[in-house]
Design a protein around this ligand. Sequence first.
Ligand code: OOG
Ligand code: NI
Length: 459
Amino acid sequence: MMISFVSANEIRSRFSFAMSEMYREEVPLYGTLLDIVAEVNRQVLEKNPLMHEALSNANELGRLDVERHGAIRLGTAEELHTLRRIFRVMGMYPVGYYDLSVAGVPVHATAFRPVTEEALKINPFRVFTSLLRLELIDDEALRQEAAAILAQRRIFSATLLALLEKCEAEGGLSCQDAGSFVAEVKSVFRWHHEATVSKDTYRQLHDAHRLIADVVCFKGPHINHLTPRTLDIDEVQEQMKQRNLNPKDVIEGPPKRKCPILLRQTSFKALEEKIVFAEDSQAGTHTARFGEIEQRGVALTPKGRALYDRLLEQARSHNNEGSAGQGYADRLLEAFKVFPDDLEQLRKERLAYFRYVLKDENRFNALALAESEPDLEALLTAGAIAAEPIVYEDFLPVSAAGIFQSNLGGTEQKHYAANASKAQFEKDLGEAVQDELKLYEVMQQESIDMLFSRLEQAV
Ligand code: OOG
Ligand code: NI
């Protein structure tokens, strides 16, 4: 009998759902946040039939309700290397490199996510995955102790590793194996309230950097947040305040605009949770897990991104305050006035990526066949085709740093010299990270190629 394999997309969907269920149980406030987001999204769509239609045309309505990203922090190169193999089974690949040391956080990171249009449509689940950089701990003895603790732990079960090897050898997982695989992977990211170290060791690592304690002192890389996507982040932020969910003060990323670009994010502060220390079972507390929401907009070209980075820096550089100072929201709005807030202008100035789709076949054929060199602009003007914004699927380093900071207590300010180490990260990972800009560029180009391949068929 032929065994049929479960598709990577299906395994990822099941995994994303299982993680959401687990986190809802672990952090009930996450459930509250999901409810607020669902209600706000419903209202936004009801009030904006045009947006409803645009999202529906772009096949984005279906994914909105299931769309999440999560974040985890790993301790060793070996953990990262195995996790890459695990995510591959679910059609999730490392995209982008984020150096957070510049922002005083001793990690570097990538995002595991689906990369094809089809897979993204089915379930765009992404996991922001950081790797601790012990070399940034100054104290030699402490660094060695942390490394020794991490070398001891095994975050993947024997069952999971066996399933992974089976999948790699046979080219897929049966329905039953896929079920066990999802359950085992989910368990890797479960919360453990028992620390694996004594209170003393915890304190020392915590004093070196809270994040080091978070990674080193526990059995596994607990998921620290799971983020639903909203269509109106300002409204959700407002409701979080009203319901005393204690959101951070500012929304990270670009200001509110008519045409959303990139990514805006905000979170509620991390919870203080009870833990027990190893050896003497002393009680303590640890803050790591929080809730976050995001609003996604169009992906920017390198030109658009350079403009974004420059304007953001302009708003943040005031008195060297970053986003913490008084009047930051106004400064941000002011700085971004020069960023066109009109889709057509963004497209014409090549600031953002678009997907070109057929709208009127007859007109398309009539117009395109008449020309020896078919012209995209003429086809657009005639209404034969349309340009749809391509959603930004990635993260933003400055925003990510802000999210890290806010859930590390906000007061944490360590200074590490900027030292991106992409080559080392890729070596640890076992493959090169994909270039996110290239992925968008290819999507845009493929949509154009597909339109014009119709012509070759028609001739
Ligand atoms: C990850 C923070 C980054 C985001 O959405 O930018 C992040 C973490 O705190 O581990 O999730
Ligand atoms: Ni996040």
